[in-house]
Design a protein around this ligand. Structure first.
Ligand code: NAD
Length: 373
């Protein structure tokens, strides 16, 4: 089987595999490993580095036309991929139903790594967690750079400087990483989440948990958050408004898989915030947690800078690619048998992450999204 690694299109800076991953791919059973020319440019890996590691340099056309398994972080257009190939990517199928249909009708088998179930067994393949780790970390660094104040408390001969106050909305993987990074920089941190389980995790990192009574926690949602009642949303908005007014930085990470991100910061909340404050909205691509967020843009409202960026993992391309490649190797170890992809739908990792195969949609969550039960 020939594995083809595509170069990501600008502005993406990551690449699915680094030269250090090539040996493991050979051991998994790929006969040839092709990589698109200059694919490692943004992670400072030359074509020669990939060649020395055992890969062959090819054009994009050669890979799309002839590789059996094609990897890319963002999916290429379905009509460019050879029929019968398997694409392994991260395509948010619950939010991109048209693209799913187009891949199915073009006869492409697709695995989407963001659909690998969040089970203990699959932890080593979890690209969502890896990329959220990068994003949560970078969100704090970016906010610290933008904030016209220090993060830590300083006691100087020129007086005492109070520490920055940081509010984290959504304490999943990105939120927890943002908490620990902000704490390391010396900020006072508060966090908020609808999942009861998040409280302990937030407190164990030394942050204060902001609690709204009456959240809906759905055990069947696989550890994810679910939509909340209107009454809860009202109480939540009031409390967030109160805490936002005292915050210098807000990091928004709250998301619900397959749905728009919950709106947590209303426009009037921005009027109560101090000018110079910074909001980084990691949920921007699904609508954002702030009413004024614009995806991939920075806007200023009442002096508050709102940065909408759901792809901060791309701004730490070397280590994000290192984690992505390792996750992907662990995924291949699960689904490749005797040098071939084993479409064994008795295996729950294969079932849930396989989006299309033989012209049909496979993943139960995607089927459910297209034809709700
Ligand atoms: P996510 O990106 O889907 O959402 C981020 C956070 O936003 C979540 O903590 C969610 O509860 C929160 N949120 C959603 N709606 C909200 C609202 N209205 N107000 C406030 N917060 C809201 O989440 P994630 O980081 O991908 O993690 C989701 C879950 O998966 C967590 O329970 C996490 O612990 C779990 N997880 C499990 C594994 C594993 O076992 N392999 C790995 C990673 C994460």
């Amino acid at each position: 089987m020939i594995l083809g690694i595509l170069k990501e299109l600008s502005p993406e800076k990551r690449v699915s595999f680094l030269p250090e991953h090539i040996n493991a791919l050979q051991n998994i059973g790929f006969e040839q490993i092709w990589i698109e020319e200059n694919a490692g440019e943004s992670v400072f890996q030359s074509d020669d580095n990939y060649k020395v590691a055992g890969a062959q340099i090819k054009t994009r056309g050669e890979i799309l036309n002839s590789a059996n398994a094609i990897v890319s972080i963002h999916p290429p257009s379905a009509d460019l991929i050879n029929k019968g190939a398997t694409l392994i990517t991260q395509m948010n199928p619950l939010g991109n139903v048209d693209q799913v249909n187009s891949l199915a009708s073009n006869g492409i088998s697709v695995f989407s790594l963001d659909m690998v179930p969040r089970t203990t067994k699959a932890q080593a393949m979890d690209v969502l967690s890896s990329m959220a780790t990068s994003a949560g970390y970078k969100a704090i660094l970016k906010s610290a750079q933008e904030l016209p104040k220090f993060f830590p408390m300083f006691m100087t001969a020129a007086g005492t400087i109070a520490p920055a106050k940081v509010l984290i909305l959504g304490a999943g993987v990105a939120g927890l990483q943002a908490i620990s990074t902000a704490k390391r920089l010396g900020a006072v941190v508060e966090a908020f989440d609808v999942r009861a389980a998040a409280k302990e995790e937030v407190m164990s990192l030394g942050a204060k948990f902001v609690e709204v009574e009456g959240a809906t926690d759905d055990k069947s949602a696989g550890g994810y958050a679910v939509e909340q009642t209107e009454e809860y949303q009202k109480k939540q908005a009031e409390l967030i408004q109160e805490h936002a007014a005292k915050s210098d930085v807000i990091i928004c990470t709250a998301q619900i898989p397959g749905r728009s991100a919950p709106l947590l910061i209303q426009e009037n909340t921005l009027n109560n915030m101090r000018p110079g404050s910074v909001i980084i909205d990691l949920a921007a691509s699904t609508g954002g947690n702030c009413a004024c967020t614009k995806n991939n843009e920075t806007v200023v409202v009442n002096g508050v800078k709102i940065i909408g960026d759901s792809n901060l993992a791309s701004t730490i391309p070397s280590d994000s690619s290192k984690m992505y490649g390792k996750n992907l190797i662990n995924f291949f170890k699960e689904v490749i048998e005797d040098g071939k992809i084993n479409f064994d739908f008795e295996n729950e990792i294969t079932l849930h992450s396989c989006i299309t195969h033989e012209g049909k949609i496979v993943s139960p969550r995607v089927i459910n999204k297209i034809t709700p039960q």
